[in-house]
Design a protein. Structure first.
Length: 300
């Protein structure tokens, strides 16, 4: 009798297949790791893919310098636990070198500056592929991505210049200087991610669970008060029960009001929500096509 996989195990098998294809077809890939839930899941699946050996490529974090302290602590502990080689590419180094210019004004962010730091790191280390935890359900521009997403010699993405992926056959042929972004979690949803985390009992940073935090309500986005997020005239600072559905630069990552402090409660909450997890990301609200414009320039 044939064994029938449930949908989580089908997604797991698909992602592991894609990760192994990366190792088979590319010479020098890297896994982009931020310490957020999707990159934690991706790294966990990579560890499963090559067990009992170690992940055969390094992990890399593009550090804005404006990360949550909890994320950085978890990142370092996680990489040590799985025995992964961690590379940290710092936006501050790009600023100091004059490669990018710090934003000014009432709502500055380093999120967009990561693109230059990422592309410089890819060139420096001669990576020919970068695995990421992006999913198609996150945002309409991400929905256009293939599993193996081609980037030209400038690191730029053209959604009209991509290879067909029939019958799960991936074409990773490229010229010198070109590379691929690979998205093994493309077909996962936010609920799938949390259900898998529950099933596998995967540890996550405390930011994902409900806690009290002082937040600033900035045009409907609840930003965590901190050294890089300061109160502007007319804004109030309030203490609320919040958690984060996505984790990034503190200056643009909004919190969600929630009392869910266990994975089981979060699964139940996500199952009934009608707001996307990036609905609280201020960087996505800068224009109608903010994400697509950043991706075309070489963003994650």
């Amino acid at each position: 009798m044939a064994y029938k996989l449930d949908h989580l195990h089908e997604l797991e098998a698909e992602a592991i297949y894609v990760i192994r294809e990366v190792a088979a077809q590319l010479e020098n890939p890297v896994l982009l790791f931020s310490g957020g839930k999707d990159s934690i899941l991706l790294a966990t699946l990579a560890a499963h893919a090559f067990h009992p050996g170690k992940i055969p490529f390094p992990l890399m974090h593009v550090d804005t310098g404006h990360n949550f302290e909890e994320t950085i602590t978890f990142r370092d502990e996680f990489c040590e636990k799985i025995g992964a080689n961690l590379i940290v590419a710092r936006v501050q180094d790009s600023i100091d070198a004059g490669r990018v210019q710090e934003e000014t004004g009432p709502n500055p962010s380093r999120n967009a500056l990561q693109t230059v730091t990422l592309l410089d790191a890819i060139r420096e280390h001669k990576f020919d592929g970068a695995l990421g935890g992006a999913r198609r359900d996150e945002e309409k521009a991400r929905a256009k991505e293939r599993f193996f997403s081609f980037r030209d010699e400038f690191g730029q993405w053209d959604p009209k210049n991509q290879r067909p992926e029939l019958w799960r056959i991936y074409n990773a042929q490229k010229k010198a200087g070109e590379h691929f972004r690979i998205f093994p979690l493309s077909n996962w949803t936010e609920l799938d991610v949390w259900q898998y985390i529950l099933m596998e009992q995967i540890d996550l940073p405390s930011l994902y669970f409900s806690h009290t935090r002082r937040v600033i309500n900035r045009e409907g986005v609840l930003l965590a008060e901190g050294e890089v997020v300061t109160q502007q005239p007319g804004e109030s600072v309030e203490e609320r029960f919040v958690r984060f559905r996505t984790i990034g630069d503190m200056t643009c990552t909004g919190a969600t009001e929630s009392r869910a402090d266990t994975v089981e409660q979060i699964v139940a909450e996500i199952a009934t929500t009608r707001t996307t997890e990036r609905g609280g990301r201020a960087d996505d609200k800068r224009s109608e096509a903010a994400m697509e414009d950043r991706k075309k320039a070489g963003y994650f």
